[in-house]
Design a binder for this molecule. Structure first.
Ligand SMILES: Nc1nc2c(c(=O)[nH]1)N[C@H]1C(S)=C(S)[C@@H](COP(=O)(O)O)O[C@H]1N2
Ligand SMILES: [Mo]
Length: 165
């Protein structure tokens, strides 16, 4: 009986840690976009690499590299003719993570026509793959003073349209 419960416990804890550590290898780009697609490791090899420097909560500066979120939205055809104006100015990006964490960015916070910051989806920190609890993909919002919107373990990015209640 004791052996059996140890066995069950072992199975349970392995299953649980396996789940907690499981890395999501894809980011689904969707919502109100003309061309939804999935970002995988291959996407990182295809698209132009960009890097940004930001301070983490502990005050240390880190270099993150990956792909530009503006380029991701361009690829998904999130905005007609890639011109952010008119009705498109009510669109926003909802980023969701494996732990249920979610953040929102208004599209002008991502568009180089509006801002000098380059929001990226990073797969490397200081040249190394992100640790399992941070990655494999992390949003980096370099213009924010706090890293709270730099969502780790990103699983989806949806372009949605804000509506007056
Ligand atoms: N998926 C996910 N991402 C997250 C969080 C979280 O709880 N879940 N916390 C945020 C907050 S509040 C902070 S301050 C930073 C911490 O990142 P750092 O450890 O690199 O400083 O991660 C952000 N990204
Ligand atoms: Mo935080």
């Amino acid at each position: 009986m004791k052996k059996l419960s140890v066995l069950i416990l072992t199975f349970f804890s392995f299953g649980l840690s396996g789940r907690l550590l499981a890395q999501s290898a894809e980011v689904a780009v969707g919502g109100d976009v003309a061309k939804p697609f999935k970002i995988t490791a291959a996407t990182f090899a295809e698209m132009k690499r960009v890097s940004v420097k930001v301070k983490s909560k502990d005050g240390k500066e880190h270099e993150y590299s990956g792909i530009s979120v503006f380029e991701i939205l361009t690829k998904a055809e999130a905005v007609p003719n890639n011109q952010l104006r008119g009705k498109s100015l009510t669109k926003y990006l909802l980023v969701s993570a494996a732990d249920g964490y979610q953040i929102v960015l208004a599209l002008p916070e991502i568009d180089p026509a509006f801002t000098d910051q380059t929001v990226i989806l990073a797969n490397k920190e200081d040249g190394k793959d992100l640790a399992a609890n941070y990655g494999p993909f992390r949003l980096i919002v370099p213009g924010d003073k706090k890293p709270a919107r730099s969502a780790m373990r990103v699983t989806s990015m949806d372009v949605l349209t804000a509506k007056k209640p």
